[in-house]
Design a protein around this ligand. Structure first.
Ligand SMILES: C[S@@+](CC[C@H](N)C(=O)[O-])C[C@H]1O[C@@H](n2cnc3c(N)ncnc32)[C@H](O)[C@@H]1O
Length: 202
């Protein structure tokens, strides 16, 4: 038997990104932070693609710019100093992928964290910007109070999405101590479909 790694929320999110993205695609990094996701996405979309990355903290923009310049990939990204809830003011084209990695900037003030009140409008806006077949991934960290709020709001929101237009999945550990991170992923259907009476087998 091979060893199977049940992995982390981040690992599953990254697997989706790798499977989905092709050269020339458009990706949104809704939580730029220190730029590790932005860099990974820049590599996946290639020279002809583009990554729109958002953060409300100047230090996140600076850290990400420095990282991309070191890797000679700055030309593939637009680094936007704005809240992800305003994504539609900055992006005028459809995207293949939107990525959220919630919480606070590693190594910075915990006071600046993502908030359910802005995360919810942001995921809604990103879903509207997605192309048919596009995906949204959200890594959620429910181990702190606001993170638990985000988890609850996002699960309620995702459960309510029209099953004819979206598939929503969750990767969460059910038996681990504490509140391990979880992944919520939404795929926009290629085209509106008719629901069979039986449960969809994924
Ligand atoms: C966990 S970090 C992201 C880590 C990042 N993806 C990386 O690879 O380093 C979350 C980031 O979200 C940012 N943030 C908080 N509220 C935001 C908002 N409304 N819009 C955009 N970014 C926000 C924080 O400033 C922080 O840098």
């Amino acid at each position: 038997m091979h060893e199977f790694d049940t992995g982390s929320a981040r690992r599953w999110a990254e697997e989706i990104h790798r499977e989905l993205l092709e050269e020339g695609d458009i990706a949104i990094d809704a939580t730029m932070g220190n730029g590790h996701d932005t860099l990974r996405l820049c590599r996946l979309v290639g020279d002809k693609g583009k990554v729109y990355a958002f953060d409300i903290q100047e230090e996140a923009i600076e850290a990400t710019r420095a990282l991309l310049e070191r890797e000679n990939l700055a030309g593939r990204a637009a680094l936007i100093h704005a809240g992800h809830q305003d994504v539609k003011e900055y992006i005028r084209e459809e995207a293949n992928l939107a990525v959220f990695n919630l919480g606070w900037l590693p190594g910075a003030r915990h006071a600046v964290t993502t908030l359910a009140d802005t995360t919810l409008p942001a995921v809604r806006a990103c879903l509207e910007l997605l192309k048919p077949g596009g995906m949204l991934t959200v890594c959620v960290y429910p181990g702190h109070e606001e993170g638990a709020r985000e988890r609850d709001c996002l699960i309620t929101w995702a459960k309510g999405l029209d099953p004819l237009r979206y598939d929503c999945i969750i990767h969460a550990y059910l038996n681990q101590p504490g509140d391990p991170p979880l992944l919520i992923a939404v795929r926009k259907a290629e085209k509106s479909r008719k629901m069979k009476k039986t449960t969809r087998m994924l």
